[in-house]
Write a protein that binds this ligand. Structure first.
Ligand code: NDP
Ligand code: MG
Length: 385
């Protein structure tokens, strides 16, 4: 039995993780979980999975749940400290980090220090402080298992291979909701249009990140940390069908890819069963003959400047990726709120990056300070418009 701490249980990845646990209840058990504000689903999960510790975002929601579940079998906590308590819950052996945003960083570091293995979906954590996460994981001797489909594909394509033989990683990109639109056509797009991803059903923030191509930029930085390769060896290829989830090219020119229909339960489950596999009930198995053709295109950095920003911030390193991530989180939240246009997202990120002097090898407190300052800087830019 694997005991799981599930952060972000009520989100898109969280719900699909619950699905994996549900279909293999003899293998997995959720012993602690966190949610944000979705108390309705939290209640359902408490009744179904019977976790021993539950963290929510606010004190009020925490008090409500305490009165609704008065038996004393469940410990209810809240806020950032609650998230950390859920992450390090003693009985858990693995943390599935499926919260959104850099709020996932501190609980991840705490869980690593508490010697939990980490199944990481929360890419913002690796983008904002990859050097700290990788170093702590190395020191603690815990595994960091990718949940993001591209990184899971690369991880699978690397099994049994020697790192010295890798020529490059090829991360595939669907192109997001606006793949076929020109920049001119992006001026007046609505939030609803942007949320309409052609291949994947995901949370709102990552769906917007896919439309700006920032998601792929974040994934390039995530790959740099997870697989320890320089940015020159990480390429992005447009592949609109999302069937090849990513590839590794080796020195002898062999390319190993991982394929499948778009279904996040596959990488979630693999992160929980590695190096083993379990069956997965799927109505939608890969049928290449019925798909017929797969398409690939060179990435156009002029069309998708956010991807360029991510490569540049990643190569500069230090606190620059922290700024990239925080400015993006703030700008996307503003777009989702209807305060700014789609193209203003990239403008705000560019200004924040240009305004920042990178600090090399930052410790956690510096990362948190830069994250906060960047969000304030973006807010100020919006007020002074
Ligand atoms: P969602 O927005 O669907 O879910 C986010 C989760 O985090 C929810 O449980 C939410 O709670 C919780 N949450 C949000 N803010 C806070 C906060 N301040 N404190 C505590 N909890 C909070 O996101 P996704 O599931 O789409 O994405 C999660 C992560 O996985 C992201 O980093 C994303 O990039 C990555 N990822 C997602 C994929 C996908 O298919 N969705 C694919 C690959 C990677 P509540 O809803 O209760 O408010
Ligand atoms: Mg991905």
């Amino acid at each position: 039995m694997k005991y799981i701490s599930l952060l972000g249980a009520t989100g898109s990845i969280g719900k699909q993780t619950a699905d994996v646990v549900r279909s293999h209840s003899n293998q997995f058990r959720i012993v602690s979980m966190s949610a944000g504000r979705n108390i309705c689903l939290t209640r359902k999960f408490i009744n179904e999975f019977k976790p021993e510790l539950v963290s929510v975002q606010t004190k009020e929601d925490c008090e409500t749940l305490k009165t609704e579940f008065p038996s004393g079998d469940i410990r209810f906590v809240y806020g950032d400290t609650g998230l950390e308590e859920a992450a390090v819950y003693e009985k858990a052996t693995v943390l599935v980090n499926a919260v959104i945003g850099s709020v996932g960083l501190a609980p991840t570091l705490k869980a690593i220090k508490a010697k939990k293995d980490i199944a990481i979906a929360n890419k913002e954590t690796l983008v904002t402080a990859g050097h700290l996460v990788m170093e702590e994981a190395r020191k603690a001797g815990v595994s960091l298992l990718p949940v993001d489909s591209e990184h899971s594909a690369i991880f699978q394509a690397l099994q049994g291979e020697k790192e010295k033989n890798i020529e490059r990683l090829i991360i595939t990109a669907s192109g997001g909701s606006f793949r076929d639109r020109t920049r001119e056509e992006l001026k007046d797009v609505s939030v609803e249009d942007a949320l309409n991803h052609p291949n994947w059903s995901m949370g709102a923030k990552i769906t917007i990140d896919s439309a700006t191509m920032m998601n792929k930029g974040l994934e390039v930085i995530e790959a740099h940390w997870l697989f320890g390769l320089p940015y020159e060896k990480i390429d992005v290829l447009l592949h609109k069908e999302s069937i090849i989830h990513s590839m590794v090219e080796y020195h002898d020119s062999s390319v190993i890819a991982q394929l499948g229909t778009p279904d996040m339960r596959v990488p979630i489950q693999y992160a929980l069963t590695y190096p083993d596999r379990l069956p997965l009930a799927s109505k939608n198995r890969l049928d290449l003959a019925s798909i017929g053709k797969l398409h690939f295109e060179e990435m156009d950095f002029g069309r998708f400047p956010c991807l360029q920003f991510a490569y540049e911030a990643g190569k500069i390193g230090g606190t620059m990726p922290t700024v990239l991530n925080a400015a993006n989180e703030e700008a996307v939240a503003r777009f989702l709120n209807g305060d700014i246009s789609f193209l203003e997202i990239e403008k705000l990120i560019e200004k924040a990056l240009n305004n920042h002097q990178t600090i090399d090898n930052p410790e956690l407190s510096i990362i948190q300070e830069v994250d906060l300052h960047t969000r304030q800087y973006v807010k100020k830019l919006l007020i002074s418009r």
